[in-house]
Design a protein around this ligand. Structure first.
Ligand code: FAD
Length: 466
């Protein structure tokens, strides 16, 4: 294999939302410098149709481009290759194709990988990227019964979108969608699960097929962007659809069966046995870093991600990290916490880009204001869902109050209040309250004088507080 050398001022590893956002920001700040983005997937992601729902909360779509067609900015080159080693002493990385790339600043945006409940079983799938979704779609077509394990956004989206198949949803909690919802919101969503009619979908095309399965061995693509599930039709081979939710249960045993009607037999913690065609494991992700050996070990955060400070710098000099691969290691603001979501991948990528550029130019820089307030906009069960601050009372102990406004089929509004102040919000449906709530959380106004009227539909709180 021929080895050749490349020199670049900024090297960014990963073509997901964090890597692309990092490259765009460095490029903007240092238009005359050489920037190289290297990614092992053949697709890179770009944010499009950015929509501001408030001052801070945004929704967007993700566009995928093949590396060969992509030119992010004039001074950003994109290379399809894998980084296989980091030599921080020499400020150099080695790639699979034999290149030595020397950098002044390196940013690792290598994402995360699904935590599968069992590795190496061809009937256990994790969903991560476009290819894995298309493989999943194919598998569902020829299946009659599947088991889904997990209670976060991915599991919820899949359960909602599936059709013509017998679905068994295994959730460890007493209500669905626990990552983003509380029991009340779960009840609000529940009705949607019972509806058989779903809106029509456009067709998602495979841009290039590499013949890889979606089991743990092939993790090349970037994680999916928001609303991926709304673009695909996932229907099974049965004429009738059914859903059974197994609450407060976990999978206790998985058995591969031969010559049986179904290839897999799942035993639940309540001893129920479910024979099925396959199992989808949607039980969270792990930061993806161990596949790149480094000469100097990174300090890791408690979740195994590369620990970064508020400037997105790792413990190794001139190496930054952003997105799913990193762990926020600074003193977090009262109303912000880390969650591996597109919003944060984009914000962290941008922060890392600006921070690298500032270090290169020897200029002062401050942490972006977006890290003051947790914000997330998504769609679940056909509704717009906006989450702000400590929306599930995270970090508030037992000592907080909840105010609810709930109109079936229309909206679900939850205010989390502590000492009369708004600390977090769940807004489901088109409530139009996003910006007002952002302001109320950030300015910490004492709302005690308004009592429960704060959510009275006859009181226009938007007008009152904007
Ligand atoms: P990734 O998008 O994973 O990108 C990592 C990149 O690094 C990839 O391009 C990969 O090829 C590259 N790479 C890795 N190792 C190497 C290497 N050694 N050399 C070269 N390149 C390398 N978030 C939401 O906010 N809303 C949602 O609705 C939502 N739904 C999701 C649904 C699914 C099924 C999944 C899996 C995730 C979902 N997420 C959602 C999470 C969100 O997609 C991620 O948080 C976000 O995309 C992370 O971006 P990233 O750039 O950090 O990592």
């Amino acid at each position: 294999m021929e080895t050749f050398e490349i020199k670049t001022t900024f090297l960014i590893v990963g073509g997901g939302i964090a890597g692309v956002s990092c490259a765009e920001n460095v490029s903007f700040m240092c238009p005359g410098e050489k920037i190289l983005l290297i990614t092992e997937s053949y697709l890179i992601k770009a944010v499009t149709n950015l929509r501001c729902l408030g001052k801070m909360v945004q929704s967007f779509e993700v566009e995928e481009k093949e590396v060969k067609d992509s030119k992010l900015n004039e001074n950003v080159d994109v290379l399809e290759d894998s980084v296989i080693q980091v030599c921080s002493e020499e400020k150099m990385v080695l790639t699979k194709s034999g290149k030595k790339i020397f950098y002044s600043f390196l940013c690792l945006c290598t994402g995360a990988q699904p935590k599968l409940i069992q590795q190496g079983n061809p009937f256990i799938f994790g969903i991560r990227d476009t290819e894995s979704v298309l493989d999943f779609q194919e598998k569902v077509k020829s299946s009659r019964r599947l088991v889904i394990v997990g209670n976060g956004g991915i599991a919820s989206e899949i359960v909602y979108e599936l059709g013509n198949i017998e679905v068994h949803w295994v959730v460890k909690d007493s209500f669905i969608s626990s990552t983003f919802a509380d029991p009340g919101a779960a009840e609000f969503f529940q009705k949607k699960l019972e509806e058989s009619e779903k809106p029509g979908k456009p067709i998602l095309k495979r841009m290039r097929y590499k013949g890889e399965s979606m089991t743990s061995g092939s993790l090349k693509g970037a994680a999916l962007g928001p609303d991926w599930h709304r673009k695909i039709d996932i229907s099974g081979g049965k004429s009738k659809h059914s859903l059974e939710i197994h609450y407060k249960t976990e999978v206790s045993n998985i058995k591969s069966t031969e010559n049986e009607e179904y290839p897999l037999e799942i035993t639940l913690s309540n001893n129920k046995v479910i024979p099925c065609d396959f199992l989808v494991s949607a039980t969270g992700v792990d930061p993806r870093i161990s596949h790149i050996p480094t000469d100097v070990s990174f300090e890791l955060g408690k979740d195994g991600g590369i620990k970064v400070n508020e400037m997105m710098e790792s413990s190794v000099e001139n190496i930054f990290a952003a997105g799913d691969v990193c762990c926020a290691g600074w003193d977090l603001a009262e109303n912000w916490f880390q969650m591996r979501l597109w919003t944060q991948a984009r914000q962290m990528g941008a922060m890392a880009g600006r921070s690298m550029a500032a270090k290169f130019k020897n200029e002062p820089i401050y942490q972006d204001f977006c890290f003051e307030l947790f914000t997330h906009a998504t769609h679940l069960f056909g509704y717009q869902v906006v989450l702000l601050g400590n929306f599930n009372g995270q970090g508030l102990g037992q000592d907080y109050e909840i105010l609810l406004r709930y109109t079936p089929d229309l909206e679900y509004i939850k205010f989390v209040m502590k000492d009369g102040r708004l600390k977090g919000v769940i807004l489901i449906g088109e409530t139009g309250l996003e910006e007002t709530c952002e302001n109320l959380i950030l300015n910490g106004l004492d709302l005690t004088p308004f009592g429960d009227d704060i959510l009275n539909p006859d009181v226009d709180i938007e007008d009152f507080f904007d």
